[in-house]
Ligand binder design. Structure first.
Ligand SMILES: [Zn+2]
Length: 161
């Protein structure tokens, strides 16, 4: 069996393997193919976001799922996590179009592999590619920057907006 307790406490393990990325606290340890981070809590392997939620809020009600408000499954920022019923979460997962807007202007899910967030900004009937990002927060800042740049070009008043 491989040695898997490299830290004295799960709290130390968590602190050592999370990174602040924008508003997200991103797990830099093991990630399952489904996108969720996992860690050893001293007794068993747990999903990091559920563990982080419980650290901040106490036990998760039985049968409840924890949903990421930011859409980043590797994020363990407690304020980005909320309890949903399993049914609500299934509805979120089975939205008809996975490429649909994320709720953040100009930020889209990248489903073609690589980084999960893509920035596309429409301006004067043209679409501008703003690149690919690891976190929705980074993508959001890039979208705002690109939008400001494009709009400033034709309309100086927009700069302040
Ligand atoms: Zn987040």
């Amino acid at each position: 069996m491989t040695k898997r307790i490299a830290y004295k406490t799960p709290q130390a393990s968590f602190a050592a393997r999370t990174q602040r990325q924008g508003a997200c606290l991103v797990w830099a340890g093991a990630i399952r193919p489904n996108g969720y981070g996992v860690m050893w809590d001293g007794q068993q392997v747990v999903r990091v976001h559920r563990w982080a939620y419980e650290q901040a809020n106490g036990p998760i009600p039985e049968g409840a799922d924890i949903d990421h408000i930011c859409g980043n499954r590797a994020c363990a920022e407690a304020s980005h996590l909320r309890v949903t019923s399993r049914k609500q979460n299934m509805e979120n997962l089975t939205r008809p179009n996975r490429n649909s807007p994320t709720g953040v202007r100009g930020v889209h899910r990248n489903t073609s592999g690589g980084k999960p967030w893509r920035v596309r900004v429409k301006h004067n009937y043209r679409e501008y590619n703003g690149g690919y990002y690891d976190t929705i927060a980074e993508a959001e800042s890039a979208a705002i920057e690109l939008r400001n740049k494009l709009f400033t070009h034709n309309d100086a008043d927009r700069k302040a907006a």
